[in-house]
Write a protein that binds this ligand. Structure first.
Ligand code: ZN
Length: 149
């Protein structure tokens, strides 16, 4: 195992054992649900959005350590960000996981999340890592559709 593997395990384990922003909100502005049937991961996202900014975000769910740790990393990456910034961050993360963008080129918000780069070596687990990020995109889409209506 090389150093990056070890770092990856440490960061993932830390988020898995002590998830950030874990829980639910009584009155979220928007909800997101995500599922990864291949692995059995489930995720629920609660967002508080004010003036186009993610004021608070919480996640709840169950599944493998990668899906849960990645959700924790995602909440840290986007909390306090504008929706457009959050989209940019998600697209960077997806670029790393799906198109092989180097972790070195990731923005600061992805400091922890970029340790998931190692998951690319395990194609079946990429869906686990992407679940929460895709769920966030869906939730933001819902918000925008509501605004446009
Ligand atoms: Zn999984």
């Amino acid at each position: 195992m090389d150093i990056s593997d070890e770092l990856y395990r440490e960061v993932v384990l830390d988020h898995y054992k002590s998830p950030r922003h874990h829980g639910r909100m009584e009155r979220p502005d928007v909800l997101g649900w995500g599922k990864n049937p291949l692995c059995g991961d489930e995720l629920e996202l609660h967002l508080a959005v004010k003036d186009g900014r993610i004021e608070d975000i919480k996640f709840d769910g169950k599944g493998c350590s990668i899906s849960q740790a990645s959700a924790s990393m995602m909440t840290e990456a986007v909390i306090g960000k504008d929706l457009s910034e959050a989209k940019e961050i998600v697209s960077n993360f997806k670029g790393m996981m799906m198109e092989g963008k180097p972790a070195d080129e990731m923005p600061e918000a992805l400091e922890d999340a970029k340790s998931l780069e190692g998951v690319r070596k395990y194609p079946v687990r990429i869906k686990c890592a992407l679940l929460s990020w895709n769920t966030l995109l869906e939730a933001m889409k819902k918000l925008e559709a509501r605004k446009a209506a």
